[in-house]
Design a protein. Structure first.
Lengths: 304, 365
C-alpha cells in the first residue's frame, strides 16, 4: 500500500514534467500543424541556463532557495522565450506555405544544431548542482516501507497545476487566446480580419518555450544532473504524451503526460523496468487504434 | 585549355609530393560526442600525447605518425561508418572503439580491410568471434564479473543484493557475469532489473529496491545512470552501495553523485598511475593539466604498443604487424602487454577500487 502510494507520487511528478513539455508541442502543432522537434532542445537549453544561474547565485552568496528559484525561473523564461522566437524566425517562418514535410525536417536540423551548439560551448560533461530542496514529509508506513513526499515533488506538481490553469485561462479568455484559436482554425481568414498572424505564431512559440523553460528549471532542481543530450529522451516522451492526449489539446497534453508517468512508475514496480517503454508505446498504439485523434483531441472535420 | 592541363599537372605534382612525405596514419575511435563524450575525451588526450612523444623521438621507422580521430558517439551504426571512413583514409592502426556495441560491428570492417586494432571494450563477444586483427588490452567482462561478483559474495553475503543493467552489450554482459559469479558462491540475487540509459527518472526503481530491502546494487552500465540512481536513492533515504565495472573510473560520477559516490565500488585494471615506469608520463600529463585517469594512459599505451610492434616488424604491412603484435611482448605505461591466441590480454588483472572524497583507490580490505 505504502509502496503503491510512493509509485503514485513518483509517477505523478514524472508525468507533470512530461506534461509541461508536451504543452509546447501541442500548442505549436495546434497553430501551424507542425511537430517542432527542436522543442526538447529548448528545454535542454533552459536546464543549462538554470545550472549557470544557480551556480552564479550561489557564488554571489544568495542562499535563499526561494529567491534563487524565482530569479532563475525568470531568467530562464526570458532567455528561452528569445530562443523560441529566434528558432521560429530563422527555421520555420521562411518555410511557411511550403509542403508539410519541409518545416519538419528543418526542425530536426534545428534540434541537432542546438544540441551541438550546447555541446561545443558548454562541453560534453554532465553538469551537476548540489541538492537544493532536500526535505519531505513521511506519509504512510506499512511493513517497514515509508512512502515519502519530498518538497521538490510538491513544488513540481503545484507549479504544473498553476501553469496549466493560467494557460487554459489565457487561451480561453483573453484576446490573445482568441487570436490564437482563430489562427488555428483558418490562417487566411484570420489575416483577412486584420490579425497579425506571424506575430501570433511567434508569441505561441515564445509561450511554448517558456513552459519548456519552467520544466527545464524544475528538472535541474529535482534531478540535479543534466547534459546536452537530455532534450532528446524527454522530447520523445513528451511528444508521445501530446499525441496520446490528442495533439492540439492543452488538457490532453497534460493528461497524456500524467498517464505516461503513471504507466512507467507502476509497470516498473509490479512488472519490470526493462519493459516499461514497451508498455508505454503499446498503450499509445492501442489508444490511436480506437481514438485516432488521441484521448481529448477533436476529430478532424474535412470540409467539402 | 592549357590552363586546365597546367592545373592538373600541379595537382599531380602535389599528390606525388604528398606520397613522398607519407606519414603513418594511426587512428582512435570512440564517443567524442554524445552521452559518453568524456570517455572519448580521455582517449583523445592520451593518444595525442603519445603520438607527440613518439614523433618527438623520431617517429616510427623514420616516419612521423599522424593521428586520425573518429567519433562514433557509441552508436553502432555510426561506428560502422567511422570504420569505413578510416579504411578509406588508409590508416595502419586503430585504437578503439570504446563501447562494446560499437566495437563489435566496426571490428568486422577493420578485419575485412586487414587493419590491426587494439580495443578496450570488455564484452566477451569482442574476442570470441576469432577475428585475427583484433587485440584487447583490458580484461573481459567475464573476468571482471568474477572479481566483482566474488568480492560482493564475500563481503556482502548477508545483505540483499540487486543486479541491474542498462541493456547495452557492455552493461548486460557485465551484470550477467556478476550475477553468475555470485550465484556460483551461493548468493541469492534478490532482484534482477534493467533500465533505459539516458533517462533522468529512476525513482520507481529506487522505490522498488527500497521496499525489497536492497542494500547493494551490482550495476552493469555507465557512470551517468549510477550518479542519478544514487542521488534519487538519497532522496528516498535508501543507503545503497554500488558495485560497477571499469566505466566507474570517470570523475564525473563524483561531481554528479556528490558524497554518495563514496559508496561506489568498481573493478578496473591495476591503477597505471601507480606504475613506477609511468611516473614521467604521468607528471607530464599533469603539467599539461590533464589528470591521466581512466582511459588516458590506456590510449597512450596502445600507441606505444603500435610503435614498438612496428619497429619489431620492420614495416606497417598488415601481415608483419599482426604477427609482431600476436607474438610480441610490449613494455608500456600500463605495464607489460602480450596477447593469447584469441587476442585477449594474457594478464589483465582486475582490482576492486572504491571512490573516496573525489579520488579512487584500491578498496581497503
Amino acid at each position: 500500500m505504502a509502496l503503491a502510494l510512493q509509485q503514485l507520487i513518483n509517477g505523478l511528478t514524472l508525468g507533470a514534467v512530461y506534461g509541461l513539455i508536451a504543452i509546447g508541442y501541442t500548442m505549436v502543432y495546434g497553430i501551424i500543424g507542425m511537430i517542432n522537434f527542436a522543442h526538447g532542445d529548448i528545454y535542454m537549453v533552459s536546464a543549462f541556463i538554470a545550472v549557470t544561474g544557480f551556480t552564479l547565485l550561489a557564488a554571489f552568496g544568495v542562499h535563499s532557495v526561494a529567491l534563487a528559484l524565482f530569479v532563475v525561473l525568470a531568467l530562464a523564461v526570458l532567455f528561452t522565450s528569445v530562443y523560441g522566437w529566434a528558432v521560429e524566425r530563422v527555421a520555420y517562418r521562411p518555410l511557411r506555405g511550403s509542403a508539410r514535410l519541409v518545416p519538419l525536417i528543418s526542425s530536426i536540423g534545428m534540434s541537432i544544431f542546438l544540441q551541438n551548439l550546447v555541446q561545443l560551448t558548454q562541453g560534453a560533461r554532465v553538469k551537476p548542482i548540489p541538492p537544493m530542496i532536500t526535505g519531505g514529509v513521511d506519509l504512510l508506513t506499512v511493513d517497514g516501507f515509508t512512502a515519502r513526499l519530498s518538497y521538490s515533488q510538491i513544488l513540481i506538481v503545484l507549479v504544473t497545476v498553476a501553469l496549466l490553469a493560467a494557460f487554459t485561462w489565457l487561451i480561453q479568455r483573453t484576446s490573445f487566446g482568441r487570436r490564437q484559436r482563430a489562427c488555428e482554425q483558418d490562417r487566411t481568414m484570420t489575416a483577412l480580419l486584420g490579425i497579425d498572424v506571424d506575430r501570433t505564431i511567434s508569441l505561441t512559440f515564445m509561450l511554448g518555450a517558456a513552459l519548456a523553460a519552467v520544466a527545464g528549471v524544475l528538472v535541474t532542481m529535482y534531478y540535479g544532473v543534466i547534459d546536452f543530450y537530455i532534450g532528446f529522451v524527454a522530447g520523445i516522451k513528451a511528444f508521445t504524451a501530446a499525441v496520446l492526449g490528442g495533439i492540439g489539446s492543452l488538457p490532453g497534453a497534460m493528461l497524456g503526460g500524467l498517464i505516461i508517468g503513471l504507466i512507467e512508475a507502476f509497470w516498473s514496480n509490479y512488472l519490470s523496468a526493462e519493459y516499461k517503454d514497451v508498455a508505454t508505446f503499446s498503450i499509445l498504439i492501442l489508444v490511436l487504434l480506437f481514438r485516432p485523434s488521441g484521448l481529448l483531441g477533436r476529430p478532424e472535420v474535412e470540409k467539402v | 585549355m592549357d590552363k586546365k592541363i597546367l592545373l592538373a599537372g600541379c595537382g599531380l605534382l602535389s599528390l606525388l609530393a604528398a606520397a613522398a612525405h607519407a606519414e603513418h596514419l594511426v587512428a582512435i575511435a570512440g564517443p567524442m560526442s554524445g552521452q559518453y563524450a568524456s570517455a572519448g575525451d580521455q582517449i583523445r588526450k592520451g593518444a595525442e600525447m603519445a603520438v607527440a612523444d613518439i614523433n618527438a623521438g623520431g617517429g616510427v621507422l623514420g616516419e612521423k605518425l599522424k593521428l586520425e580521430i573518429g567519433d562514433d558517439a557509441c552508436d553502432p551504426k555510426q561506428a560502422v561508418s567511422v570504420a569505413n571512413t578510416m579504411v578509406n583514409k588508409k590508416i595502419v592502426f586503430m585504437h578503439g572503439h570504446w563501447c562494446s556495441s560499437s566495437t563489435i560491428p566496426a571490428s568486422d570492417v577493420y578485419a575485412e580491410s586487414q587493419i590491426p586494432m587494439v580495443t578496450v571494450s570488455t564484452n566477451p563477444q569482442v574476442t570470441q568471434r576469432g577475428l585475427p586483427n583484433l587485440f584487447r588490452i583490458m580484461g573481459s567482462d567475464d573476468q571482471q564479473g568474477i572479481v566483482a561478483g566474488g568480492y560482493l559474495a564475500e563481503k556482502f553475503k548477508d545483505r540483499k543484493i540487486a543486479v541491474v543493467d542498462d541493456k547495452s552489450a557492455y552493461g548486460k554482459g557485465l551484470a550477467d557475469e556478476m550475477a553468475k559469479a555470485m550465484e556460483a558462491k551461493g548468493v541469492r540475487i534478490a532482484l534482477r532489473e534493467s533500465i533505459t540509459a539516458g533517462e533522468k527518472d529512476y525513482s520507481s526503481l529506487v522505490s522498488k529496491m527500497k521496499s525489497a530491502g536492497i542494500e547493494v546494487m551490482a550495476y552493469g552500465g555507465y557512470h551517468t545512470e549510477v550518479a542519478l540512481i544514487l542521488r534519487q536513492a538519497q532522496q528516498a533515504r535508501l543507503d545503497l552501495t554500488v558495485m560497477g565495472g571499469d566505466t566507474m573510473t570517470n570523475a564525473e560520477l563524483v561531481t554528479a553523485a556528490g558524497p554518495a559516490a563514496n559508496r561506489v565500488l568498481f573493478t578496473f585494471s591495476p591503477d597505471p598511475r601507480k606504475n613506477p615506469g609511468a611516473a614521467d608520463v604521468v607528471r607530464r600529463f599533469r603539467e599539461a593539466k590533464v589528470e591521466p585517469e581512466g582511459y588516458v594512459l590506456v590510449a597512450y599505451a596502445a600507441m606505444q604498443l603500435f610503435a614498438q610492434a612496428t619497429e619489431q616488424a620492420g614495416s606497417v604491412k598488415y601481415a608483419d604487424l599482426e604477427k609482431a603484435v600476436r607474438n610480441g611482448s610490449f613494455d608500456t605505461v600500463i605495464g607489460r602487454l602480450s596477447f593469447d591466441a584469441k587476442g585477449n590480454n594474457r594478464e589483465p588483472g582486475f582490482v576492486v577500487y572504491q571512490w573516496k572524497d573525489g579520488e579512487y583507490d584500491y578498496v581497503s580490505q
